[in-house]
Design a protein around this ligand. Structure first.
Ligand code: CTP
Length: 429
């Protein structure tokens, strides 16, 4: 549990800070919200108080005996300001201290994250850029604004990144002391979040149809038992969510997941590998991209017992146990590659969960698998008892057919890893 001050300055994006606050408090952190007076024009104090469970003040005159203008900053493990307006950046860069938030910024000795959000013209103005440079030089982590729809009909850089992305930056700073490990091709994005992506990235899948499989198949043995695996489906859901945000029409074939459907995504629930195969092949007929993120069982029981398999109670053979015969499931990824036309459409992306062993490293096994499966991209995931399954962070290597170049993404949130995968797909498209 960390002590976090969430500063909110007066921009329309203040409403997104409510979701960031939820993500922080639901992760068990102790969050004090310090809005500026103008932030309260957008979201009122009762909302912040209800969501944080604490009183909210904007000036230095409330509870003076507790000296909050010094205490809050000094005691914090992290200060995050989202949104940070041009006015707030200017005040912070010049060390002004006219309200509680600017006092907190002057007294804080912990990491400080600022997420600017404003109109493109204000963001690009040399005064704002100079303030950002000053703050960055002083060690403030400035998360660059995303490109996209702004207030009214305007679009361009200036949008507050999504709360999940900001949360991921905060979580990494609290855990590692820095915002993340760079991916060689997306240094900005991996250092901060996909918010640094270019406008083309943000809309790069408009008009595209994509199919994503997620989760883990279950192969029934009898009415109460199945062979399954530990995939949570979180990475597949992140891929679907990010594709939808980038404008794609998304079908998510979900095997045994319990996650909420991402906005604007059509979810097709399945259980077994054969059901997943039918659903993926059906949805991929018109698709531009198919991403096989699901953990598909390679084998299924040869026979399904209609009634529960009982243990025997033979005193002569108390250890008797049945032998379960397995048969191979189809390799859906390989089939997608085989069945596509000469135009190499759809683009096919595979995932590989690997552990290194005596025969080779994780990457060696990944390269072999890319050649064997024939897909366009292979996202290689390092797995092990304490890695990847069910976690919110992920580390992957993205391999491309016919190229020795490797894109490393993470450790980063599954949304950021998804953004790196879609960047690689968009290069092929
Ligand atoms: N996959 C699939 N159909 C299967 C098994 C796997 O489409 N029957 C897909 C997965 O969705 C993933 C990729 O293939 O995108 C890699 O799966 P993996 O099980 O790691 O590869 P295998 O071919 O089973 O290789 P190995 O058994 O050597 O690990």
């Amino acid at each position: 549990m960390a002590r976090i001050v969430l500063g909110v300055s007066g921009g329309i994006a203040a409403y997104k800070a409510c979701s960031l606050l939820r993500l922080l408090t639901e992760s068990g952190h102790d969050v004090t919200v310090v809005p500026t007076a103008s932030a309260l024009q957008f979201v009122g104090a009762p909302t912040w108080e209800a969501l944080s469970g604490k009183p909210v003040h904007t000036d230095v005159w409330s509870g003076v005996h507790e000296v909050p203008h010094v205490r809050l900053g000094k005691q914090a493990d992290l200060v995050v300001v989202a949104p940070a307006t041009a006015d707030l950046l200017a005040k912070a860069a010049h060390g002004l201290a006219g309200d509680l938030l600017t006092n907190v910024l002057l007294t804080a000795r912990c990491p400080v994250v600022m997420a600017p959000a404003m109109h493109t013209e204000m963001w690009e103005h040399p005064a704002t850029q100079a303030n950002v440079e000053t703050l960055t030089e002083r060690g403030v982590h400035v998360v660059p604004p995303a490109s996209g729809r702004l207030t009214g009909a305007d679009t361009g850089p200036g949008r507050l990144p999504e709360p999940e992305d900001l949360y991921a930056v905060c979580a990494r700073i609290l855990e590692h002391g820095h915002p993340g490990v760079a991916s060689p091709t997306r240094v900005d994005a991996a250092h901060t979040s996909r918010s640094a992506a270019t406008p083309a990235d943000e809309h790069g899948l408009e008009g595209r149809r994509v199919v994503v499989s997620a989760g883990g198949t279950r192969e029934p043995l009898d009415p109460v038992r199945f062979l399954g695996n530990r995939s949570s489906g979180k990475q597949g859901y992140a891929l679907a969510r990010v594709a939808a945000r980038r404008g794609a029409e998304v079908v998510l074939v979900a095997a045994n997941t319990s996650l909420p459907a991402p906005d604007g995504v059509t979810v097709v629930p399945v259980q077994t590998a054969l059901e997943l195969q039918d659903a993926v092949l059906d949805a991929s007929r018109e698709a531009d991209v198919v991403v096989m993120a699901a953990a598909v069982a390679d084998f299924r029981p040869a026979r399904y017992a209609d009634a529960k398999i009982k243990k025997t109670h033979d005193p002569a053979d108390p250890d008797a146990a049945p032998t379960i015969e397995l048969v191979r499931n189809p390799d859906i990824l390989a089939r997608l590659v085989q069945e596509r036309g000469d135009d190499a459409s759809p683009v096919v992306v595979g995932f590989a969960a690997e552990t290194g062993d005596a025969d080779g490293s994780v990457l060696d096994h990944g390269r072999d698998k890319l050649v064997r499966k024939g897909c366009d991209l292979l996202v290689v995931n390092e797995v092990g008892a304490d890695k990847t399954f069910g976690h919110d962070d992920n580390t992957v290597h993205i391999l491309r057919q016919g190229s020795s170049h490797v894109v490393d993404a993470g450790p980063a949130s599954k949304d950021e890893v998804a953004a790196a995968v879609w960047d690689a797909v968009q290069e092929i498209l």
